[in-house]
Design a protein around this ligand. Sequence first.
Ligand SMILES: C[C@H](O)[C@H](O)[C@H]1CNC2=NC(N)=NC(=O)C2=N1
Length: 113
Amino acid sequence: MTPLAQQSCEACRSGAPAVAAEEQDIFMMQLPDWDIVDEAGIKQLQRVFRFRNFVEALVFTNRVADLAEEEGHHPAILLEFGKATVRWWTHKIHGLHRNDFIMAARTDALYNS
Ligand SMILES: C[C@H](O)[C@H](O)[C@H]1CNC2=NC(N)=NC(=O)C2=N1
């Protein structure tokens, strides 16, 4: 399978299938620093990215925002001093789509670049 970080999002539509449990487990092997959290009954991917200060966290936040705009798929980001908490889920299906795992991997690639 093509690594998630080398994939792009597909246009996501209402009614698109959520990722099955088995596929989710396979994807999560490529995302060791991410957790699956439940926010108001909606499964989401979450990772806390750490930085030396607020400005570095802001720069990263803006890079993730640019990626989101390129892909048409958007995260929730909490920006704090020295931290950026990123959560990915698909609003249309109120859960996790393949796109969310792709974007989490692409977010890791930004952090490591
Ligand atoms: C019209 C627009 O493309 C859609 O509303 C997109 C925008 N970004 C999105 N981002 C996420 N995370 N989930 C969505 O369902 C979604 N839908």
